[in-house]
Design a binder for this molecule. Structure first.
Ligand code: KDG
Length: 315
């Protein structure tokens, strides 16, 4: 196993007969969840990924697990919760940058995940443990599960990759800030957006943020600055890797997950840091070109040909 991830995947409905949730009377059924989006990106790039979660003992749970399994992800650590339902969410994208999401996930099966669900031997087999700030927001037992998974990773020399993925709809700002800073300090590799950094520290300058994050403990910090690309920071210095210019953004949801998949893939392949970040930028950019949270994630050939184009404006 290359990467193990933990979190909730939901059934996603997007409006069909009107772009607005309020007026649409028909919906497409899809799936979405930051952690499986990352796992899908990784399997498309040829890596092996496993997912830890709970799903409901319902039709949506069955559809969801078949789908994730079909993407080549190991689902042996996904438990079926007998009492709680699979979470749902609805997403409206009016134009590339105007997105509204409505969750129906309170008390969901995934929010029942508890530390007893985790098998240390399973996490120990991975090279990276990927976690996000969404899972600890779901419930106290999810928060405890994340702490436990991190301690299993640390006991076994598995590197922890943390993407803060701030979701203000899920918890209070105070709680979010406290836990996101705590988990940033436990990570080996940290992937915040500049907006998340400013939420955590009240600082908008990416260079100053990079220094603050490094002081918390991670050995590699990569700060996303939207279309401009991303800055990387290590003890040896920092640099900006420019993003790929795009003519349009069709659906920005999942771009950060594509980015994370590209970064972890580059690290697994041992390429130089600039190439790691470039791969993250490429996967993140491609995720925005197709409706859906992960549908645009590329395989290696698609990614290579996108990154090697002399002009990328024509995508
Ligand atoms: O990063 C994309 C995710 O936000 C999306 O797939 C759904 O996991 C999700 C969430 O909690 O919003």
């Amino acid at each position: 196993m290359d990467v193990v991830t933990i979190g909730e995947t939901m059934v996603l409905f997007t409006p069909e007969s009107s772009p607005m949730l309020r007026y649409s009377h028909s919906f497409s059924r899809k799936f979405g969840g930051a952690e499986t989006n990352v796992a899908i990106g990784l399997t498309r790039l040829g890596h092996r990924a496993g997912w830890i979660s709970r799903i409901g003992n319902d039709e949506f749970g069955k559809a969801l697990i078949s789908f994730v399994r079909g993407e080549g992800i190991d689902v042996s650590q996904v438990k079926i919760d007998k009492t709680a339902p699979t979470g749902l969410y609805f997403k409206e994208v009016r134009s590339g940058d105007q997105v509204k999401v409505q969750y129906y996930r309170k008390g969901s099966a995934a929010s029942m995940l508890s530390p007893e669900d985790l098998d240390e031997r399973y996490i120990a087999k991975a090279k990276y443990l990927h976690i996000t700030g969404i899972t600890p927001a779901l419930s106290e037992s999810c928060y405890q599960s994340i702490l436990k998974a991190v301690s299993f990773a640390k006991n076994n020399g598995v590197q922890v990759v943390f993407d803060p993925n701030l979701r203000k709809k899920l918890w209070s700002e105070e709680e979010a800030r406290k836990v996101l800073i705590e988990l940033s300090g436990l990570a080996d590799i940290l992937l915040p957006g500049v907006d998340e950094g400013s939420f955590m520290f009240g600082e908008n300058n990416p260079i100053k943020l990079g220094e603050k994050f490094l002081q918390l403990g991670p050995e590699l910090v990569i700060i996303k600055v939207g279309a401009k690309g991303a800055y990387y920071f290590t003890d040896e210095g920092y640099g900006l890797v420019p993003g790929f210019p795009l003519k349009t953004v069709i659906d920005p949801v999942g771009a950060g997950d594509g980015f994370a998949a590209g970064i972890i893939s580059g690290l697994l392949d041992g390429v130089p840091i600039e190439k790691v970040v470039e791969r993250g930028n490429g996967m993140g950019a491609l995720a925005t070109q197709v409706p859906g949270d992960f549908e645009g994630l590329a395989d290696r050939n698609e990614l290579e040909s996108f990154m090697n184009r002399s002009t990328r404006e024509d995508i």
